[in-house]
Design a protein around this ligand. Structure first.
Ligand SMILES: Cc1cc2nc3c(=O)[nH]c(=O)nc-3n(C[C@H](O)[C@H](O)[C@H](O)COP(=O)(O)OP(=O)(O)OC[C@H]3O[C@@H](n4cnc5c(N)ncnc54)[C@H](O)[C@@H]3O)c2cc1C
Length: 414
């Protein structure tokens, strides 16, 4: 293998694998370096997503499990939502990531597992590549026209090139992946409130064949509670789930960190792009980032290949990635972050009130809000169904959302 490639990708998660496929499809020599021994392992995510996105991204149907009933639970409320056909789904995470890896290789990219990126090669402010420790612990140097930091929460290159700091505000998640013979495989639960998920939320995501992911995420530093300590209590004490988890037992245990700071001010500089969690490209509304990492990775891979073709990896050229990402996702991610900050410290009573509001929305409106598709139509629809909001703090948030919706694609200060 030559040590020089066109596009060098740090991290073989969904962002990096999608970037590799997109760049290779456009003729670039693309290489992914992944520090783990396997793509898609260990699992550090719950895999909740949307059927329409799985279809749009060409993910085979056997790699996701559609779920038709969604329940919101707060201390004294429960809101059931029914969808026919199902709109939400839970991925076979390892299967999807391995599928993306296969697609990248089929397009002509190379993947190296057990390769840990260490230093960044910098010359006159331009990123020229990286050094890494390979699978036999040799130190190697790899040069590239464009490096893509797809290293997720570690933001490995971004931190070392002053693109962004290490994340300070983040969700810490702990999860059992259980075999649960009595759990209804068409029911997904999102659970709010201090007893089971302080400063965050808990979830039960069925994923087919008797398997269910039961997890809790806690926002740090807003709370210093340990998500791990809530898992058994939810299984044993939450009235809605107790019977469903009878005779269940965990067969996997996952933990993970999700950035909760909104998108970076910039995702590009000479020779470098940041895509996926490293750029803050996920939705902070519900901690959803897989499909957004894939979309951002695809965009970054295409821009990187264009830069290679044009023999121009200057900051000015690569900034087209920022423009494209902000045009497609900037508004929704800014609003997701606004809402995240608004609800982060909700009391039990506020969660009960929020569920009263949800009860008045249609299942379609709820799905649109959860997906983070924030249109003026949605905000006005919410107001129309909740005229009482005008008198409460909720109206102020909706006004801020409308203000952001009406702004042209661009950045807002957090
Ligand atoms: C508990 C939890 C639950 C979640 N649930 C959901 C959910 O239900 N649905 C959803 O859509 N999203 C969910 N997310 C978010 C989702 O997991 C992330 O947004 C997504 O994984 C981001 O993809 P990525 O490719 O940017 O980063 P990652 O998936 O983190 O991939 C980064 C890769 O880079 C590698 N890497 C890092 N540093 C180096 C290095 N120095 N050298 C080489 N390789 C390196 C890592 O090993 C990793 O494989 C959840 C997150 C957490 C923490």
């Amino acid at each position: 293998m030559s040590n020089d490639v066109d596009v060098l990708i740090v991290g073989g998660g969904p962002a990096g694998l999608a970037a590799a496929e997109a760049a290779a499809k456009r003729g670039a020599r693309a290489l992914v370096l992944e520090r783990q021994n396997e793509i898609g392992y260990p699992v550090h995510t719950s895999g909740g997503s949307w059927v329409s996105d799985m279809q749009a991204l060409g993910i085979p149907q056997h790699l996701y499990h559609p779920v038709s009933k969604v329940y919101f639970v707060s201390p004294h409320r429960e809101v059931p939502l029914n969808y026919n056909p199902a709109v939400a789904c839970v991925m076979d995470v390892r299967g999807v990531y391995q599928h993306l890896a296969g697609r990248a290789v089929a397009a002509g990219a190379a993947i190296r597992v057990r390769h840990t990126v260490e230093q960044t090669l910098l010359e006159d402010e331009r990123v020229l590549g990286v050094t890494a420790k390979n699978h036999v612990s040799e130190r190697i140097t790899l040069r590239a026209a464009v490096t893509i930091d797809a290293s997720g929460f570690s933001r490995h290159i971004g931190v070392r090139t002053a693109m962004g700091k290490a994340f300070h505000r983040y969700g810490y998640g702990a999860e059992y992946d259980l075999y649960a013979p009595h759990y209804p495989q068409d029911e997904l639960y999102l659970i709010m409130g201090n007893q089971f998920a302080p400063r965050g939320y808990a979830w039960a995501f069925p994923r087919g064949n008797g398997r269910v992911r039961l997890g809790v995420g806690v926002l740090h530093p807003d709370s210093d509670d340990d998500a791990r300590s809530y898992l058994d209590s939810i299984m044993q004490n939450l009235p809605q789930l107790r019977d469903k988890f009878q005779d269940a037992s965990p067969v996997e245990y996952h933990t993970g960190l999700f950035p909760s700071e909104g998108p970076l001010a910039s995702f590009s500089r000479a020779g470098l792009l940041l895509a996926g969690d490293s750029g803050g490209h996920g939705s902070t509304l519900v901690g959803e980032g897989i499909r957004f990492a894939i979309y951002a990775g695809q965009m970054a891979g295409i821009v990187a290949a264009e830069a290679v073709d044009a023999r121009d990896s200057s900051a000015a050229f690569l900034a087209r990635f920022d423009k494209q990402w902000r045009a497609r996702f900037g508004r929704d991610m800014d609003i997701s972050y606004m809402i995240n900050k608004h609800i982060a410290n909700y009391s039990d009573e506020q969660w009960d009130n929020a569920l009263d509001l949800m009860r008045r929305l249609t299942p379609v409106q709820m799905a649109q809000a959860l997906r983070g598709d924030f249109t003026a139509g949605l905000v006005l629809g919410v107001l129309a169904r909740n005229p009482g909001l005008v008198a409460t703090g909720g109206k102020k948030l909706l006004d801020l959302m409308l203000e952001r919706i009406n702004k042209p694609a661009g950045n807002i200060a957090h």
